[in-house]
Design a protein around this ligand. Structure first.
Ligand code: WT7
Length: 656
């Protein structure tokens, strides 16, 4: 565990009340209303969630028990039967939502599509039947490795419809990273596209799939379903590869939703941890559906006419919960954009807001910082008056970026919801309710109803107000991860043992440092483990180190996060070389390239420093604190008493 840098905690005093104009129409529009809801949930969480589950979701069969909590394993709505694709589609069809836009999609080359609920239902049913034809059935695992096109969401819903668990793998991951995940999840069918548009070029996704599957390296994979997107040339392997547009012509559009148990696997999503390979975070059906449904309503004050846009990729949990499942379960209109903002198209986000009259905009601090750099003239020259609410997610937001977002994008009219959560939590845990809770730039404010957060030390004792500590959650919530796929022991170790249970009280350890201020507001400071957050992407330093040492020139590697103005953190790698290699700029570039090939471009180190030795303790542990300090350009003379060889430090200083 890393030390918590208490000095670095933001001290920010400004407070913004929810704007009157917003409050007038908000569904939860006073602090008292929030408190009532919060206290009701706290008093009897099971009754609270049961009432919402009964009122807000469709169940084929009601549950017998709300919560079965055998720490650290929770089951919610035990014995209940439902289907999340039914809740996202079928139940809207007998309402005025039938012909409402479910997905508005903006393609990167400028093409676009609007899909109504009725059309989406039809297409999901067809896709589900195509999957069945390829042999996928309830209980199977299906991988989705796709660009941001409607078919990515359709594929997810189709899997859910037939009861096959999906594992979405971000399209920016390499063949190698893809293979690891396909193997771990025992995937039977892979859904991909010939190619996808990313930052002005086409990424040949199907080619990556072919590489991942080469030489039968993933024996569980039987079929590959390919969506045509870019017309990128691809070799279709007979008996294995099928075009979606071919199957679509023959399959029926009738596919009743499978009755799933509340605790049936809905999806596995891989995320980075401190040690080892990425872990498969397991989410199940009932609790996840309810929690993402409710939080979408609460956090975004969702109204029937909203045009909601979350800029994440469906490859991440944000895309799962707040592009696909949460919004669609509520019958909302969700915008999907295939591209990302970039220097060659600096106004693209604002164009889309203007074009579709987006009312709710949810994005990441790293993107906001990049827009600040691009200049105010881009947003200022577009009509953004449709916006009524803004959100952020993924990392702490610095107050400067918050204020810019508030003024330039929100015209001081839109509340900002800074939402803290994780892949593991399934849905947002701490966030303002925009019509009820005053915001402070840089604070995610207060926990949502049903969420019990405490800042504690490693013994589970609450720390004092304004003192830094570890963010822990003290009661199960419906969308919490159930386990690490195929590895319950790792689940226990990673999340439940850092802070040992005390008198029957269990603490979910989030891996973040935080403090609580005198108003009870939470200020998340960032990871306290060896996970770094690069432009909102979560990476384990150890994964990058393993990728580096897999190169023949590298003897040892230590990776740390270095503060970065735009990305939040950048990857800084210290490397020692094998005897016959010598340091050079071309080798540094080759190593960067190597990491990108092994994991994906998101893991490419920003800087590589060659050094003769790494600073280690007498027991041989790399002193990352020292390296982090060096990377950040700080004077690390401080506590070096445990350093084995002091001269290493001088050499490192020279290297920098
Ligand atoms: C980590 C989880 C779940 C959304 C996308 C990231 C950091 C997330 C905030 C926030 C400060 C945040 C934490 C967390 N984080 N949101 N609003 N303020 N930090 O999901 O990849 O699982 O990463 O992102 O460090 O532990 P993820």
């Amino acid at each position: 565990m890393n030390d918590i840098a208490i000095e670095s905690i933001l001290q920010e005093e400004r407070k913004f009340n929810p704007p009157d104009q917003f409050v007038q129409k908000a569904k939860i529009n006073s602090f008292e209303q929030y408190q009532q809801l919060y206290n009701k949930a706290k008093k009897d969480p099971e009754a609270f969630w049961a009432e919402l589950a009964a009122n807000e979701l469709h169940w084929f069969k009601k549950w017998e028990q709300v919560l079965d909590w055998k720490p650290p394993f929770a089951k919610w709505f035990v014995g209940g039967k439902l289907n999340i694709s039914y809740n996202c589609l079928d139940r809207h069809l007998n309402t005025a939502r039938k012909n409402k836009a479910a997905i508005i999609w903006e393609g990167e080359p400028g093409d676009s599509r609007t899909i109504t609920y009725a059309q989406l239902h039809r297409e999901v049913c067809q896709f589900a039947n195509a999957l069945k034809e390829l042999g996928a059935k309830k209980g199977d695992k299906v991988a989705i490795y796709m660009p941001m096109i409607p078919e990515a969401a359709i594929a997810m819903l189709a899997c859910a419809r037939i009861g096959a668990a999906h594992t979405v793998i971000f399209g920016g991951f390499s063949a190698e990273a893809l293979k690891d995940r396909l193997v771990d999840a025992e995937v039977k069918v892979v859904i991909t596209a010939d190619g996808g548009y990313r930052k002005d070029k086409v990424v040949a996704l199907k080619t990556q799939v072919d590489l991942a599957l080469a030489e039968n390296s993933v024996p569980s994979v039987q079929k590959v379903l390919v969506v045509q997107r870019s017309k990128e040339l691809t070799q279709m392997q007979p008996e294995r590869d099928y075009w979606w547009h071919d199957l679509q012509k023959t399959v029926s559009a009738d596919c009743p939703a499978e009755e799933m148990d509340s605790e049936d696997l809905l999806f596995i999503l891989y995320t980075s941890g401190t040690t080892g390979k990425p872990k498969g975070v397991v989410h199940t059906t009932g609790g996840y559906n309810l929690y993402t449904h409710m939080t979408t309503q609460w956090i975004f004050d969702l109204q029937e006419t909203d045009v909601y846009w979350c800029t994440a990729d469906v490859g991440w949990i944000t895309g799962h919960s707040y592009i696909v499942y949460g919004p669609l379960s509520n019958g909302a209109t969700t915008v999907m954009y295939e591209g990302v903002s970039r220097p060659s198209n600096p106004g693209c986000m604002w164009d889309i807001i203007e074009k579709y009259g987006v009312t709710i905009f949810y994005t990441a601090p790293t993107a906001i910082r990049a827009w600040i750099k691009m200049g105010d003239s881009y947003p200022n020259s577009r009509n953004l008056t449709s916006l009524r609410l803004l959100g952020t997610v993924g990392e702490p937001i610095n107050p400067e970026a918050w204020i810019w977002y508030h003024r330039i994008i929100g015209a001081e009219r839109c509340p900002i919801v800074d939402t803290w959560w994780q892949t593991e939590t399934g849905g947002v845990m701490i966030s303002p309710l925009p019509g009820a809770i005053a915001t402070k730039p840089g604070s995610c404010t207060l926990p949502l109803p049903g969420v019990l957060v405490e800042i504690v030390d490693l013994d589970g004792n609450a720390v004092k107000t304004n003192e830094g500590g570890y963010l822990a959650i003290k009661y199960p919530w419906p969308s919490m991860m159930r386990t690490v796929y195929n590895n319950p022991e790792r689940f226990r170790q990673s999340y439940w043992e850092h802070i040992p249970p005390k008198d029957g009280q269990y603490f979910y350890f989030a891996g973040d440092g935080a403090r609580e201020d005198t108003d009870g507001y939470f200020w998340v400071m960032g990871r306290v483990d060896d996970v770094i957050n690069v432009a909102g992407h979560r990476l384990g330093t150890m994964e990058i180190e393993s990728a580096l040492v897999s190169h023949q020139a590298v003897a040892e590697a230590a990776v740390v996060g270095k503060p970065d103005e735009i990305k939040g953190e950048d990857i800084f790698a210290f490397v020692t070389l094998e005897g016959s290699y010598s340091a050079s700029e071309s080798l540094a570039n080759e190593l960067k390239q190597h990491v990108a090939r092994e994991i994906g471009a998101i893991a490419r180190p920003g800087e590589i420093r060659f050094t003769e030795a790494l600073p280690k303790t007498r027991s041989g542990k790399i002193m990352r604190r020292l390296l982090r300090g060096l990377a950040a350009g700080q004077d690390v003379a401080g506590d070096t008493s445990t350093l084995e060889d002091l001269s290493v430090l001088d050499k490192l200083r020279e290297a920098i």
